[in-house]
Every structure is written in structure tokens, then in C-alpha cells.
Design a protein around this ligand. Structure first.
Ligand code: ATP
Ligand code: MG
Length: 419
């Protein structure tokens, strides 16, 4: 067929095996998040652009370089969401969720958009699963989010995980640290990359995140030495909880995360086998965000993991997703049999017994092939003769034995056999 159209660059169709991985991750994540008391939330895929320029920050890569933004026909400036937290914070304020018992705990599984150079593990539309706990300040809430994510990966079979962790302090200890950092980088100005030369003016912390300026970073002062007592104490508590839960972590004083709203504890998840060291996801505390969006000072903490990178890691670890297929197959041959089998299929569905079929297929051989491929344990076969007599054959695929029963007994018989 001539192919006139392709999906947009960096955006992919999800089907087949990829969909099976997707579905598994979603199921495991929803299950684990609910156990820990999180509730689902869906927000629009676009927001007023200010939700991101104010929330995520004007001078972040996400907003400055990667955001899809446009004017609507009505003249509103909007952007496709590059991340989930700012929209959820907007929703928290809009719906007065602070009037409910705090904290509010949300989970989401949703697509996001960033105009990046497409490559393995980096796309323009990608999916994240994330958690937010808003409205209560306590290091145990940070640890709980790390624990949920850690357990999701464990349950998916990604066992060798490391959480890299750091504290970015609050606005007061950070101010002090930024001054010291600026001084250090100014001294080393000649060895900084072009981007970082700009970064030291507006956002010196970003330099710590730079993949080019490794040498200059190594001699830089470390934020842990500048934390106030409260921040140091909170950070220590998070680490103690992780130890209690046997979650392995590495301290990484360069970890600063790419968004302006983070404060205190921040972290990223890495699968130990990943060669390119792409993070599976990350998160942290963002006590300033609600305030940046016009709400009152509200403590909050959250994390987001990349679905596609999780799938890549599952594949690297040779983790297969077994799909559950029905143990019963209905085969029909002749028009009358097809009509009766359609009805029988409905009866199985109502009785909650999954069965498979291939009604589009006329030949018995093809239908039996499919049943074999699916490893069906029983095949129900209705030919012209059986159809006329309202009977059906049950074939035990393992022994090859066949019984001829009344069609209306089929559901009951199969239920008995599957037990
Ligand atoms: P990176 O440093 O790899 O660009 P990031 O800091 O921009 O990551 P976050 O904003 O922390 O990423 O997003 C959390 C997770 O979402 C990432 O760890 C990754 O798994 C996933 N993610 C982010 N951007 C993309 C993308 N363009 N394509 C696929 N997954 C992505
Ligand atoms: Mg990025």
C-alpha cells in the first residue's frame, strides 16, 4: 500500500507487544499506588502556558527549549503539558482541595510532550506514571513515594535498582549555596561550556546537571555542607526510612533535577544495567510550587517515572510479559453453527468465562491451528449437524477425547472442567 502519512517525528503508535508492556506497567502501578492510599487523577493535556512558565520555571530546559506552545483560535496562550505536577497543582488550587483532610495523594498515568531530539528512550510524546502527595510536610511522605515506585519496579521484575538522592535545601539555604557556587564557577569560567556560561547568571545549580562540564563540577562545593539544621534533619530522616525499608540509595551531590520547583529531598531512579545511564524517573519535594501558581505556601512531594524507559529496562533484563489467554476456544463450521456459536459466546461472556474464537475463519483446520497456538485446553466444535441438533462437541486438547453434549449445557460443563 502507498504510505502517504507517518506519525509525527518522535511520536509513536503503541500496539502489540509494546501495548502488553504498557498494560502490565499500568496495572502494577495502579494496584500498588492504591494500596498506599493514592487516588487517580486526569488533567487536560494542555494548560494555560503560565502554569508551566511560572510553575516549572522560565529558565529550565523544559520550558525554554522543549515546550509545545501555541495560541488557540480564541487567543489563549496554551502549552501541551511537558510534565504532570504543575497541572495537578493548578487543579489542587482550583478545586480548593486544601479544604479536605491533608495530604491529598494522587496517581496518574498519562502522555506528555517535549520537543526534544528523538533517540532511544527520548521521544516527543512519552508516557509517565507519577505520584503527588500535597498538603502535609513530613519526610515520611517522601520516603513513601520512593517506596511505592521502588515496589512497582520490583513487581515488574526490575530488581537491580539504585535510588540516587540529594537535598537541594530550602530557599534560604539554597540562596547561600548559590552564591558560593557562582563564585566557584566564575573562577572556572573558561572551562565551562557555552550553555553553562549563561546558566551561572540565572541558574547556577543547573551547571551541576550539565553532562559536558564534568571536571568543573567535581571541584565544586557541595550543597549538603550548606543545609540548615531543619533541611539536614529532614534529609537524614528520609535516608533513615529508606534504610528501614531496605531500599538501596547512593548520595549524589550533583543531582539537582531539571525543574525550578524542587526543594529539599530530590532523587532519581536508575536500573543498574542501563549502559547509557538514562534515568527511569525522578522526583522530590516541591514546597514552593503551589505558591508560585498563586496559592498559599503548601508542602508537597512527588515523582514521575518514564513508561517507555521502564519498558526498555524490562526488555534489557529479558523480562517477558505473559498475556493471559482464554483456556477455551469455540470453533464453528457452517452458517447456522456460526449464528449459534455467536450466541453461545455471549453466554460465556455473561458467565465470566473467557473464551476465544475466530468467527471470521471458515476452515476448521485454521481454527484448530489458532486454538493450538493459544494452548487452549478445550475446544468447543459445532458443525452443521450439531447445529441442527442443538449439540456441541467438547474436545480435550491434551487427551484428544471428545464428548458430544447439549449446547445449553456447554457453559456449565466447561466451568466444571476448568475447576
Ligand atoms: P533527562 O535528564 O533524561 O532528560 P528529565 O530530567 O528531563 O530526564 P524528568 O522531567 O525528571 O526527566 O521526567 C521523569 C522521567 O520521564 C524521566 O526520568 C524519563 O524516564 C521520562 N522522560 C522525560 N523526558 C522524556 C522523553 N523526552 N522521552 C521519554 N521519556 C522521557
Ligand atoms: Mg530532559
Amino acid at each position: 500500500m502507498p504510505k502517504n502519512f507517518q506519525s509525527p517525528s518522535g511520536m509513536h503508535d503503541i500496539f502489540g507487544e509494546q501495548y502488553d508492556y504498557f498494560e502490565r506497567i499500568r496495572e502494577v502501578f495502579f494496584k500498588v499506588a492504591k494500596i498506599y492510599g493514592f487516588e487517580g487523577i486526569e488533567t487536560p493535556v494542555m494548560e494555560n502556558i503560565k502554569v508551566f512558565t511560572r510553575g516549572v520555571g522560565e529558565h529550565t530546559d523544559i520550558v525554554e527549549k522543549e515546550m509545545y506552545s501555541f495560541k488557540t483560535k480564541g487567543g489563549d496562550q496554551v502549552a501541551l503539558r511537558p510534565e504532570g505536577t504543575a497541572g495537578i497543582a493548578r487543579s489542587y488550587i482550583e478545586h480548593n482541595l486544601y479544604t479536605r483532610t491533608q495530604p491529598i495523594k494522587f496517581f496518574y498515568f498519562a502522555p506528555f510532550f517535549r520537543y526534544e531530539r528523538p533517540q532511544a528512550g527520548r521521544y516527543r510524546q512519552f508516557w509517565q506514571f507519577g505520584l503527588e502527595t500535597i498538603g502535609k510536610e513530613s519526610p515520611v511522605l517522601d520516603a513513601q513515594i520512593i517506596a511505592v515506585m521502588y515496589n512497582v519496579f520490583q513487581e515488574l521484575g526490575i530488581k537491580d535498582l539504585v535510588v540516587e538522592i540529594n537535598s537541594m535545601g530550602d530557599s534560604s539555604c539554597r540562596e547561600e549555596f548559590e552564591k558560593v557556587l557562582k563564585k566557584h564557577f566564575k573562577k572556572e569560567n573558561s572551562s565551562l561550556c557555552a550553555d553553562c556560561k549563561k546558566r551561572i547568571k540565572k541558574n547556577p545549580l543547573r551547571v551541576l546537571d550539565c553532562k559536558k562540564c564534568i571536571k568543573v563540577k567535581e571541584s565544586a562545593p557541595q550543597i549538603v555542607d550548606y543545609l540548615c539544621i531543619q533541611c539536614r534533619d529532614d534529609f537524614k530522616k528520609v535516608l533513615e526510612y529508606l534504610e528501614e525499608l531496605n531500599i538501596p540509595y547512593d548520595l549524589n551531590s550533583f543531582l539537582v533535577r531539571g525543574l525550578d520547583y524542587y526543594t529539599n529531598t530530590v532523587y532519581e531512579f536508575f536500573a543498574s544495567g542501563s549502559e547509557e545511564r538514562l534515568a527511569l524517573g525522578g522526583g522530590g519535594r516541591y514546597d514552593g510550587l503551589i505558591n508560585l501558581l498563586g496559592g498559599e505556601e503548601t508542602p508537597a512531594t512527588g515523582a514521575a517515572m518514564g513508561v517507555e524507559r521502564t519498558i526498555l529496562s524490562m526488555k534489557e533484563n529479558e523480562i517477558k510479559v505473559e498475556k493471559e489467554t482464554p483456556r477455551v476456544f469455540i470453533a464453528q463450521l457452517s452458517d447456522l453453527a456460526k449464528r449459534k456459536c455467536l450466541k453461545l459466546f455471549e453466554e460465556f461472556r455473561k458467565a465470566n468465562v473467557p473464551v476465544s474464537e475466530s468467527f471470521g475463519q471458515g476452515s476448521l483446520k485454521r481454527q484448530m491451528n489458532k486454538a493450538n497456538k493459544m494452548n487452549a485446553e478445550y475446544v468447543l466444535i459445532m458443525g452443521e449437524e450439531e447445529a441442527v441438533e442443538d449439540r456441541i462437541i467438547i474436545r480435550d486438547m491434551q487427551s484428544g477425547q471428545q464428548e458430544n453434549i447439549k449446547t445449553k449445557e456447554a457453559v456449565k460443563e466447561i466451568k466444571k472442567k476448568l475447576k
